[in-house]
Design a protein around this ligand. Structure first.
Ligand code: GLA
Length: 728
C-alpha cells in the first residue's frame, strides 16, 4: 500500500516511486501539507508543520490564530479565515457572508480510484493506485469537504479532486472550489506554463517567480489557444534532463485558474481549478459539488521525465478510446483542399486519387450542409446540402467506401448561426444575458448546453447524422469562445453555474458518443488546439493540433503540445505549399516527417499537387504504418528545440524495450560554413549495438548516448531526415 495513515504522528503519507506527499494535522484538526518532494520512508513528519514561523497553533496560543493561519500550509485553504493568500474554497452562506473553516473529521483509504461522476478522470486498478479520502467539516455552516488524493504505484503522479457537500440546513453558494493546492519553500524555482494564440499554440514560457500571484488562466469558457491548464514549478537550471519538477495539469475543458503565490515568508502556494470569476454554485441542503481532477506530476529528471510520465499516465490511465493502440487510418481531410468550394464530383475526384495513393479514410470537413457557402450561416440545422451532395451523405459515403476508403465527417455541434432555422425558432437557446444580443464571433453563437432541451437537440443532430450514413470518424469542432454567459433556463441564483454546466453537458454528450458509437474514431478540435486539454482526451484519442499546417510552425507547436500530450494524440497533416497560413514553402518530405510523429494525415487536393509530390505519398504512408506502433507507445525525448532557439528540431521515440528507435531531425534555416555536428541520443541501451535502417551503419549504444549521431541533413532550408535504429 503506497498510502499510510500514521495516527501516532497524525500524518497521511502518499508515496509514488520517487516522490512523497505528506499531509498532517496541527492541533489534531487543521490539515496542512507537511512535505512534498523526493520520496521519504519515514512518516514522522508532523513536526515539519511546526517549523518556521508556526511555533504556536490556535490551541496553544488562542489569542493569535490569524498569524497561524496566514502562514500555515493549509491543504485546502478557505477564504476570509485569516489566511490571506490564494484560497481554494469560498463559501457564501445564507447570511450573504463568506464563511467556512473546515476541520479534520476522518479519513478512509480506498483501493484503486473511484470514478468522478460526470467528469473526466484518470483511472486505475488497486495494483496501479490507491486513494485516500480525507474528510473535513465546518460546524457552523455544516459544509463538508472530501479531499481525494490518489497516488499511482508505477508513476510519479498524484491525482487530486475535491467534493464539497452541504451538510447544513440552509443553502450555501460556492464562489470558489478549486481542485488542488500544494506548498513549497521558495528556493529560486521558476514557473513553466504553455501559451499561444490561434494557429500559434504550444509556446513554452519559463519565468521567475516574483513575490505575489502569477500564473495562467482562461475565462473563455474553453481552455483556449492562449493558455494551457498547466503549470510547473521547477528548480533553477531545470532542462530536459535535469531538475526537480512539480507540475499541475487540470482535467477540465472550460475556464480555469492556475496560480502560484510567493508570499511574505518566501513560501510558495500553487493552486489549480475552475476559474472562480463568474462561478457561483448553489448547494441546497444535501447537495454536493464535485471539482474536476488535477494531476500532480513530479520529476527529478527534468522536464523530459515529466513529459514521459504524463504520456504514460494519459495513455495508460486516461484515454479510453479503442483506437488508442490501433493503427489509425491515414486520413485525407478536404478543408485546405477545397474549403467551401466543392460538390460530390470534386470530392470523389480527390478521394479516388487519394485511395490510389494509399489513403485510408476520406474526411468531409465544413460546408456539407444547407446555407453554408462561407463561414456565416447554417450552423445548427445540419441538413445536407443536396445541391452540393445530390446523393446525400449516405450516397457520398457509399461512393467513398466503394473506392476502398472509410468515410469521416466534420460537425460543430455546440454552435448556432444567427442565419439558421434553429436560431429563428429558438433565439433563447443561445448563451446570452437577458435583454442583450450575444456577441458574434466567426458570425456564430454558442448553444446553451446547460439547458437539457438544448443538450437533447444537439444529441439528436449528432447521433442522427452519424446514423444517416456509414460514418467511421467524426471531427467535433468548436470555433469560438463563450461570452455573455447567461442562460434563460436557470434561475437568477444559479446563473453562476452556467459555464460549468455547459462543460458537464459537453462531457455527457461525448460520453454518450463513446458509448453508443464505440468504434467511431473521434477527433476533437477547437479551431485547432483551442480545447486541447486532458479533459477532452478522456473522450477522444486525438485532437487537431493547430490550424497552422506549415511544417516549421508545426514543429514548434507540436514541441509545446508534446511536452504534455502523447504524440499520437496530436492531429498532424501534410498540407499544400505555399502554406495557407504563412505562405512558406517547405519540402514535401519535411511536411511528411513533421506529421509522422502525430496522428498522421493529409489535408490537400491530391489531384492538384505536383506528380513528384504525389509519388512520395505511398512511401510516407508505408513509413507511418511502420512506425505508428512505436510512436503510439514509445518513450519520447526532446533532443533539440526550435523554441529554445536552436536551428535544429530533433525528437526521438524509443520503444519501451529499447530495441527500436526513431529519430527525426529537421533544420529551420540553413547556414553556410557549418562544421559536422553530432546529436546525443537518449533512452537507448548503452551495451547494445544499433543499426541504421537506411544505411545499415552500426553504432554502439554508448556511442550514440555519449558522442551522438552525426547530423547529416540535406543542404537546404527546412531539410529533414528520419533515422530508424534497431537493436542488433
Ligand atoms: C476550424 C477547424 C478547421 C476547419 C474549420 C472549418 O477552424 O480548426 O480545421 O475544420 O474550422 O470551418
Amino acid at each position: 500500500m503506497n498510502i499510510c495513515a500514521d495516527q501516532t504522528h497524525n500524518v497521511f503519507k502518499l508515496d509514488t516511486p520517487r516522490f512523497s506527499l505528506a499531509l498532517a494535522l496541527a492541533d489534531g484538526k487543521w490539515l496542512g501539507q507537511a512535505y512534498c518532494g523526493p520520496r521519504l520512508e519515514t512518516a514522522d513528519l508532523a513536526w515539519a508543520l511546526s517549523l518556521d514561523q508556526r511555533p504556536n497553533t490556535p490551541d496553544t496560543l488562542p489569542r493569535e490564530t490569524v498569524s497561524f493561519f496566514d502562514c500555515f500550509p493549509s491543504a485546502y485553504p478557505a477564504a476570509n479565515m485569516g489566511d490571506f493568500r490564494e484560497p481554494c474554497l469560498a463559501v457564501r452562506t445564507v447570511h450573504g457572508q463568506i464563511d467556512c473553516l473546515p476541520r479534520f473529521k476522518g479519513y478512509e483509504i480506498l483501493p484503486g480510484k473511484p470514478a468522478l461522476e460526470g467528469l473526466p478522470a484518470t483511472f486505475g486498478d488497486p495494483e496501479d493506485c490507491n486513494t485516500i479520502k480525507i474528510i473535513l467539516a465546518d460546524d457552523v455552516t455544516g459544509v463538508e469537504v472530501e479531499l481525494y488524493y490518489t497516488a499511482f504505484t508505477g508513476l510519479d503522479v498524484i491525482a487530486q479532486s475535491v467534493r464539497v457537500r452541504n451538510g447544513g440546513e440552509s443553502p450555501v453558494w460556492l464562489e470558489r472550489a478549486l481542485s488542488a493546492c500544494l506548498s513549497f519553500p521558495y528556493e529560486g524555482q521558476k514557473l513553466v506554463t504553455l501559451h499561444g494564440s490561434w494557429a500559434r499554440e504550444g509556446a513554452i514560457q519559463t519565468r521567475d517567480i516574483g513575490v505575489g500571484v502569477q500564473g495562467t488562466y482562461s475565462s473563455r469558457g474553453i481552455t483556449g489557444h492562449q493558455d494551457q491548464p498547466f503549470m510547473a514549478v521547477v528548480s533553477p537550471g531545470t532542462d530536459q534532463e535535469q531538475g526537480t519538477v512539480c507540475g499541475m495539469h487540470l482535467l477540465y475543458s472550460g475556464s480555469f485558474l492556475a496560480q502560484v503565490q510567493r508570499d511574505q515568508h518566501d513560501s510558495l502556494r500553487t493552486v489549480i481549478g475552475v476559474h472562480p470569476d463568474g462561478f457561483r454554485w448553489k448547494l441546497a441542503p444535501g447537495e454536493a459539488f464535485q471539482t474536476p481532477e488535477a494531476v500532480l506530476v513530479f520529476s527529478d529528471g527534468g522536464l523530459g521525465q515529466m513529459t514521459r510520465t504524463l504520456h504514460d499516465l494519459y495513455r495508460g490511465h486516461l484515454i479510453r478510446s479503442p483506437w488508442l493502440h490501433r493503427p489509425r487510418p491515414v486520413l485525407l481531410n478536404n478543408w485546405e483542399a477545397t474549403y467551401f468550394d466543392f460538390d460530390e464530383e470534386r470530392l470523389l475526384r480527390i478521394a479516388r486519387r487519394a485511395a490510389e495513393l494509399g489513403v485510408e479514410l476520406f474526411v468531409l470537413d465544413d460546408g456539407w450542409y444547407e446555407n453554408r457557402h462561407t463561414d456565416s450561416g447554417g450552423l445548427g440545422d445540419w441538413k445536407v446540402d443536396r445541391k452540393k451532395l445530390p446523393h446525400g451523405l449516405d450516397g457520398l459515403a457509399e461512393r467513398v467506401n466503394a473506392l476502398g476508403l472509410k468515410f469521416g465527417l466534420w460537425m460543430e455541434p455546440e454552435m448556432v448561426s444567427p442565419d439558421s432555422e434553429l436560431y429563428r425558432a429558438h433565439p433563447d437557446w443561445a448563451i446570452r444575458t437577458a435583454g442583450r444580443d450575444p456577441m458574434l464571433c466567426r458570425d456564430q453563437y454558442v448553444l446553451d448546453l446547460s439547458c437539457p432541451e438544448v443538450e437533447k437537440y444537439v444529441w439528436e443532430k449528432v447521433s442522427g447524422t452519424l446514423k444517416s450514413a456509414n460514418i467511421s470518424y467524426l471531427k467535433w469542432d468548436m470555433n469560438r469562445p463563450v461570452t455573455n454567459l447567461g442562460s434563460a433556463g436557470q434561475p437568477p441564483d444559479r446563473q453562476g453555474e452556467v459555464g460549468h454546466r455547459y462543460v458537464l453537458a459537453l462531457y455527457r454528450l461525448q460520453e454518450r458518443l463513446t458509448r453508443e458509437f464505440p468504434d467511431l474514431l473521434l477527433e476533437n478540435c477547437c479551431s485547432g488546439a483551442g480545447r486541447f486539454d486532458p479533459g477532452m482526451l478522456f473522450y477522444s484519442p486525438q485532437i487537431w493540433g493547430s490550424d497552422d499546417t506549415d511544417a516549421l510552425e508545426r514543429l514548434r507547436i507540436q514541441e509545446g503540445l508534446s511536452m504534455l500530450y502523447p504524440l499520437s494524440s496530436i492531429g498532424a497533416h501534410v498540407s499544400d505549399c505555399p502554406n495557407h497560413e504563412v505562405g512558406r514553402v517547405t519540402p514535401f518530405e519535411t511536411r511528411g516527417n513533421t506529421a509522422l510523429t502525430g496522428a498522421f494525415g493529409y489535408e490537400l487536393d491530391v489531384t492538384a499537387i505536383a506528380p513528384e509530390e504525389q509519388e512520395q505519398i505511398p512511401a510516407q504512408i508505408e513509413r507511418y504504418h511502420r512506425f505508428c506502433g512505436l510512436v503510439q507507445s514509445g518513450d519520447y525525448y526532446r533532443l533539440s528545440s526550435l523554441q529554445a532557439g536552436s536551428r535544429l528540431d530533433a525528437r526521438m521515440v524509443v520503444s519501451k524495450d529499447r530495441k527500436q528507435a526513431l529519430v527525426v531531425l529537421t533544420r529551420s534555416l540553413n547556414a553556410p560554413n557549418q562544421r559536422p555536428k553530432f546529436i546525443r541520443l537518449r533512452g537507448l541501451d548503452p551495451s547494445a549495438v544499433y543499426a541504421d535502417g537506411d544505411t545499415g551503419r552500426e553504432y554502439p549504444g554508448e556511442v550514440l548516448l555519449h558522442i551522438g549521431l552525426p547530423v547529416e541533413l540535406p543542404g537546404w532550408d527546412f531539410g529533414s531526415r528520419l533515422i530508424s535504429l534497431t537493436q542488433k
